[in-house]
Structures are given as structure tokens and as C-alpha cells.
Write a protein that binds this ligand. Structure first.
Ligand code: SF4
Length: 744
């Protein structure tokens, strides 16, 4: 590997406690793990032991770019943020993926990544500039909201500098807090709170080195091919009424593969939005409260979250769960102080946010995320997570195991399979559009879908959604590609390029990513070698997960409703809206319906066997074997001193799968009414959410996280008070014509 191409050659290591800085050689990691999530995961494996603590100073906060960052390779200038996440329950390895310009600037400043450990004595800003770095006093930034800090940073360092920062939510250690970059780029998974705990308020990155490309003509040729393939790509613009695009704000080097941009509401309020569901998290409540005539409170809600640095995806789960808790009488307006009858109004959301930031009473629990809050409120509240939270069973049919079958394995074997799920749901969605509009809105016919399956999933029968045979191999293949993609830190909204409108067969090209790597670095890589990189990383991730308490087959499970409740349209429906009979291609392309389908338990276990076989893992335990790891050039993992924590396998923390009746459980909790529709006293295995919140370890194995004062051993002091004043300003500013008819 030549330092001249692809990699800058060094990773900055900063100890905030002592202020010491050093560099690590990138190539010690890149030969096996390439970059991005690969190198970050290996650093994490080396630095963190079992039972990690997200708020501990030693938790490494790892920011890594990939070898394509800063080059003209499209949509590849992103960075991953990896460390122990405080939002996952219990604390465990988490990863976020961030766009904007930070990755490109970091490479241009001469670093492939940054590892931050320790805890500063007072708020600091890390300034990275052309091969060097220094810590600066950031007390003047503490308490400011995100747009204000970013404005300050632009004024101080200029528009070309990349700025990252945390807002007031992260200062208050809300586990649902984000790290923000410019132009609406954010990193989630609670990493804002890790920055807050380290007293790292901001980071600014300046660099002018243009990363060299080994084979520029080859890269230009691939880029031309990409441009042709994405021609006519439909950008899904936000569907909220009364908003208009001010300008698109693509990440560095991206020709634009999503609807990321700055938008203006009719009220005059402006803010950034992207195309994923998080931008609409308050929309259904708004519609409901305003009798099907949304008021704009959804736009206001996203904007407030952007300003304070709050994770809208977590709030997407929290609000319906709170609503269910109120319906079941677990919380009341009186006990919570929440005016739940006004859910959907601007006033409700502002009041909710204000209380969340204050962290008093129930809100100190809510500040810790929905999983911990449910655990804090007790088993009845935990039962109500089903269908809302991934670990307790994400029921949206758009990714449903009962609908697509293959997704059963993706859900069961990875704690964060979203990118993998997209690889199935996106072509399926295109097919549904074709089917529902007689080809009017999509060219992905049944024939095209089968051809796509052959090209991307290596088997056209993978597009037969009636059978489970072969799906284990397909799931492993999809995971390998998606994990390889994360070593390049190529954008999930862009890659793999599944469709090409202009191509005769309308199908994209799975070889693009490996060819981009070869053109930029000068290192030849076949598509198969590329997938092997992903396979290595997936094996490493499996070991990390095992070390943190989720070893193998005992934890590769699905929530019970997948086996018992027939697939029907429900409130979480997305596909069913367009395709109420849940039609999909079946044997030989013949159409079938999945409506009413459940996943057979024996079928699921057989799929798991096939999946482990495809991975060459031990079928009994569902874990990699030493021989398998050696075959993947991962002998170093077996030899590592910390490997003893998971190899030979640590026993699951709670190996006994308890058996109980779900309806009996509800009745015991005095919630018989909720249980009535499906009363069934047949013993069924307790769902994962009941034994192992977030599918990881029993809640009882770890004490519930402490409140803010206890977390850091400090009380709110006078120095926090200016934050309260600025918080009120943030909550109340720029509402335009979005009125609080609740009289708040
Ligand atoms: S597709 Fe969107 S999120 Fe992805 S790199 Fe391009 S602008 Fe950024």
C-alpha cells in the first residue's frame, strides 16, 4: 500500500484528559480492514473490553474516513463515528454514519481518522489543521444551540472549514442526542452524549491537500458510467404540504442521490431535511390532531430537534410508545405533566422538549431513550414497545420477515441491519410501484426483479418470496456487500446502484464499488475480494457483539409476533398502502400474496442453519470458528489478549429462554383488556424484549443508568443557567406562522 493514494497514512489519537496527541499508522489496520467501519471496529476491538461504559473517559470515540474520501469518487466522502453508544441498551458498540464535508476535510488535513479518549477539564474545541491539531477553550460555545455554534465557527474559521459540534441536548447528556455538522449533516446513536461527557463541544477541520488518485482516467470512466446509471433517478422530495426547496445541500463529491436540502415552510421557518422517515416523525400526530389538515407542526418539530441536537428517529419511537402508555394508564397527564391530548400540536412538542431538557421526574427517564425509559417504568411499559422498537420487534411491513423472508435473517443476526434491509426493500418497492401502476411509475417488472436478484444476490430464485431455501446464502451475501461498503464509507442512499434507467435491462452494476477502490488506490480488487473484506468485518463485529453479551445463536432470534400474528395492514404499514394484498413475485415469477403469512418457527431455524453454513460458522452456537477466522486472515483476532472474553465462547448471560404465556403476562400486569383480542394460554417463548431488552442482556444484569447528576458526579450549577435562557430562545424563535393554538 502506497501512502500516496487512498490513505493519508495516519490516524490522530487525542487524550483529552492529558492533552497528549500522537498518531497511529493507518496501514497497520488498512491491509485487512480497508478503512471506515473496518478500521474503526478493529480499533474498538483492541481498545475496549467486555461491559463497556459509554460515559467512561476511556470510551474511544472513533471517527474514520475511507480511502475514497476527498477524491472524485461520488458519494464516498462520508465518515463513520464508532464507539460505545449510550443509546443502545445496555451500552454497547454502536456506529453512526455522517455526510457533509468533514470526511473530505479530514483527509485533506492529512488524517484518515481521529480517536478521542479521556475527558477534558472544561469544554474544549479540537482544531485539526494540515497535519497538526490543538485543543482550544470552548467555554464560550457551551450552551449555544447548533445553528448558532456553526455560524460562530464559520465566522472564525471560514466557509471552507468543516465544523462539527454538539448542542444543548448533548451537554445535558441526553442519550438521544446527536453530533451535528454543517448543511444538515448529523451523526446519531447517542454519540452527542459521548461528546458531552468528554466535554468536547466542537471540532473544526481545515486542510488543503487534494488526495491523489492512482488511475484518474479509470476513475473518470467509472464516474461517467455512474452518471449514466443515475440519470433520471427519482429524488424523493419531502411530501409535507406548504414547503419549498431553498437549495440542495449534497455531501462533498456527491452528484445528489437523495433529497437532502434546505427547505422553507410557508410560515417562513427554514431548516434542513433529508429523505428518510425521520423528517416526518411528527407528521402523523400533526394530521391526527388537526383533523387531517396538517398545521406545519411537523416542520417545527424537526427544526427544533435540529437546533438542539435531538435524534428524531428516537422520538419517532418514543411518542407512540408514550401514547400507548397513556392508553393503558401506565402514565397519566397528571403524573407525567404531559398534555397528551394535545399530541400533534406545536405547543405539545415545545412543552415536551422543554421538559426533556429539564430532565425532571419522568423526563429524566425519557432522556435516556425509549428502551431505558420502558425498563424504568416496568414490565407493562416494556410490553408496549412491541412493534415500535427494533429490539422488541420492528413490525413495519416495509422490512417485515413475514413479507420478504430473507429479512428474517438480517433482523436476527445484526443489531443494526438498516442498510441491508434497504437492499431488499428498495427493489421490492420499485416492483410494487410497477405492479400497482401497470408499469406507469417504475420499470422494475417481475422479469427485471428476477434478473436483478441474479445479478446482485447471485440467484434469481432469491426473488421468489414463497420459499426459504437459499435465503441463508442471500442474507450472508447482502451483509458482506453492505459491510464492505462501510469500509469505504460509501453512502447507503447511493450504493449499491441497483437500477439504471438508461440501461437496456434497467439493472445497475454491483462491481462499481470495488472498481472505484482500485482506481483510487491503484490496488486491484475483484468484486469477490471486496465482499471478502465485508465478510471479515462482519466476523469481527460478531466477536465484538459476543464480548458485549450477545453470543451467537441464543441471540439470533425474532420477536414472537413474527411467528404468531398473520401479516395484515396495521398502523405501521408502508408497503400495504400501495399493495394491500401484499403481492410479490413467487415461483418462476408467478405472483403470490403474503397477506396473512407468518414465519414458521422450524423454517426460521432451518434458515439460520443454512445461514451459519454459508458463513462457515459453528451451526450449534452460531459463532465463527478459529479455523474460519484463520481462513479469513483474521488469526490476529484469536491471538488478541481480549479474545478470551469471547473465544472460547462466553456463556450467554441468560441462556435459559423462559417460557410464559403472553396473554397471562398481560393479565398479571392488569392489562387484560389489551390481551383480550388474542387470548391464548398456550405457553410461548418469552419474547426477546421480555428477557433481553434490545436483544442483548437481561435488564437486571445492569443497573438502570443513573440520572444526570449521578452520571457525572456533578450537580447543575450556575454555569448551566445561561443555557436555560438560551434554550427558551431556541424553542421560541422563528416559529413564523406555526401557531400554538393550545395557548402555550
Ligand atoms: S446521496 Fe445524499 S446523503 Fe448520500 S452522499 Fe449524496 S447527498 Fe449525501
Amino acid at each position: 500500500m502506497d501512502d500516496g493514494f487512498g490513505w493519508a497514512g495516519k490516524i490522530l489519537h487525542v487524550d483529552l484528559t492529558s492533552g497528549a496527541m500522537e498518531t497511529l499508522p493507518t496501514h497497520a489496520y488498512a491491509e485487512t480492514f480497508i478503512g471506515g467501519r473496518g478500521i474503526a471496529a478493529k480499533l474498538y476491538w483492541d481498545m475496549v473490553g467486555a461491559a463497556p461504559d459509554a460515559y467512561a473517559p476511556e470510551n474511544p470515540l472513533i471517527l474514520m474516513t475511507g480511502p475514497l474520501a476527498g477524491t472524485p469518487a461520488p458519494a464516498c466522502s462520508r465518515l463513520v463515528m464508532l464507539g460505545t453508544s449510550p443509546l443502545l441498551y445496555p451500552d454497547q458498540c454502536g456506529i453512526a454514519n455522517m455526510g457533509g464535508i468533514a470526511a473530505a476535510r479530514l483527509k485533506a488535513a492529512g488524517f484518515d481518522g481521529v480517536v478521542i479518549r479521556g475527558r477534558a477539564h472544561s469544554p474544549v474545541l479540537l482544531h485539526i489543521r494540515s497535519g497538526s491539531a490543538e485543543l482550544r477553550d470552548a467555554r464560550d460555545l457551551w450552551g449555544l444551540d447548533i445553528p448558532t455554534i456553526l455560524e460562530h465557527m464559520t465566522a472564525r474559521y471560514g466557509k471552507k472549514a468543516a465544523a462539527l459540534c454538539i448542542g444543548p441536548a448533548a451537554e445535558q447528556l441526553l442519550r438521544l442526542s446527536l453530533v451535528a455538522g454543517g448543511n444538515g449533516s448529523f451523526a446519531g446513536h447517542g454519540f452527542g452524549a459521548v461528546w458531552g461527557a468528554k466535554l468536547l463541544k466542537a471540532m473544526v477541520i481545515e486542510g488543503n491537500e487534494k488526495p491523489a488518485v492512482a488511475r484518474p482516467d479509470e476513475l473518470a470512466g467509472i464516474n461517467r458510467q455512474i452518471r449514466t446509471m443515475i440519470k433520471g433517478r427519482n429524488l424523493i422530495d419531502p411530501v409535507l404540504p406548504d414547503i419549498e426547496l431553498v437549495r440542495r445541500t449534497p455531501c462533498h463529491g456527491c452528484p445528489g442521490g437523495c433529497s437532502r436540502g434546505l427547505f422553507r415552510h410557508g410560515s417562513g421557518l427554514q431548516d434542513y431535511r433529508k429523505n428518510c422517515g425521520s423528517s416526518y416523525f411528527y407528521y402523523d400526530w400533526d394530521k391526527r390532531y388537526h383533523h387531517d389538515e396538517p398545521s406545519g407542526s411537523s416542520f417545527l418539530a424537526t427544526s427544533l430537534c435540529n437546533r438542539l441536537g435531538l435524534c428524531t428517529q428516537e422520538l419517532t419511537k418514543m411518542l407512540p410508545w408514550l401514547h400507548r402508555c397513556a392508553e393503558e394508564g401506565i402514565i397519566t397527564e397528571r403524573s407525567s405533566g404531559l398534555r397528551l391530548g394535545e399530541l400533534g400540536s406545536p405547543g405539545f412538542f415545545k412543552d415536551f422538549i422543554r421538559r426533556l431538557m429539564d430532565r425532571q421526574g419522568l423526563f429524566d427517564l425519557l432522556a435516556q431513550g425509549v428502551m431505558r425509559a420502558a425498563h424504568g417504568l416496568g414490565p407493562a411499559a416494556e410490553l408496549l414497545l412491541e412493534g415500535i422498537v427494533e429490539g422488541a420487534g420492528f413490525s413495519a411491513d416495509v422490512y417485515s420477515p413475514r413479507f420478504f423472508i430473507t429479512t428474517a435473517l438480517l433482523h436476527a443476526t445484526d443489531s443494526n441491519p438498516m442498510a441491508q434491509l434497504h437492499e431488499i426493500s428498495l427493489p421490492a418497492f420499485e416492483w410494487v410501484l410497477w405492479y400497482a401502476t401497470d408499469g406507469g411509475m417504475s420499470s422494475v417488472s417481475t422479469e427485471t426483479f428476477r434478473a436483478l436478484a441474479k445479478k446482485f444476490w447471485l440467484d434469481e430464485e432469491a426473488a421468489d418470496f414463497s420459499k426459504h431455501e437459499g435465503k441463508g446464502f442471500v442474507a450472508a451475501h447482502i451483509q458482506n456487500r453492505q459491510y464492505a461498503k462501510e469500509t469505504l464509507v460509501a453512502c447507503d442512499s447511493f450504493y449499491p446502484i441497483l437500477f439504471a434507467e438508461a440501461a437496456g435491462d434497467h439493472i445497475g452494476d454491483p462491481s462499481i464499488e470495488s472498481r472505484l477502490f482500485a482506481a483510487v488506490t491503484g490496488l486491484d480488487m475483484t468484486e469477490q475480494q471486496y465482499y471478502r473484506v465485508g465478510e471479515r468485518l462482519f466476523n469481527l463485529q460478531r466477536l465484538i457483539r459476543a464480548r458485549e453479551g450477545c453470543p451467537g445463536r441464543a441471540f439470533d432470534t425474532l420477536p414472537e409476533f413474527n411467528f404468531t400474528e398473520p401479516l395484515e395492514i396495521d398502523t405501521m404499514v408502508r408497503f400495504g398502502m400501495f399493495n394491500p394484498e401484499f403481492m410479490l413475485p413467487g415461483p418462476g415469477g408467478e405472483l403470490i400474496t403474503r397477506k396473512g403469512a407468518v414465519l414458521e418457527r422450524d423454517t426460521f431455524e432451518a434458515m439460520l442453519d443454512e445461514y451459519y453454513h454459508a458463513r462457515q460458522w459453528d451451526i450449534l452456537t452460531g459463532m465463527p470458528t478459529p479455523a474460519g477466522l484463520r481462513a479469513l486472515d483474521l488469526a490476529q483476532l484469536i491471538e488478541h489478549p481480549l479474545a478470551a472474553d469471547c473465544l472460547p465462547l462466553r456463556q450467554p448471560l441468560d441462556p435459559a429462554i423462559t417460557v410464559m404465556s403472553a396473554s397471562a403476562g398481560l393479565r398479571a400486569l392488569d392489562l387484560a383488556q389489551r390481551a383480550e383480542p388474542a387470548l391464548n394460554d398456550e405457553p410461548v417463548p418469552l419474547r426477546r424484549s421480555d428477557t433481553t431488552t434490545a436483544g442483548s442482556m437481561p435488564p437486571s444484569a445492569r443497573p438502570l443508568a443513573l440520572n444526570l447528576q449521578e452520571l457525572l458526579g456533578r450537580r447543575l450549577t450556575d454555569k448551566d443557567l445561561p443555557m436555560r435562557a438560551s434554550l427558551e430562545k431556541t424553542i421560541n424563535q422563528d416559529q413564523g406562522g406555526i401557531h400554538d393554538e393550545t395557548g402555550d
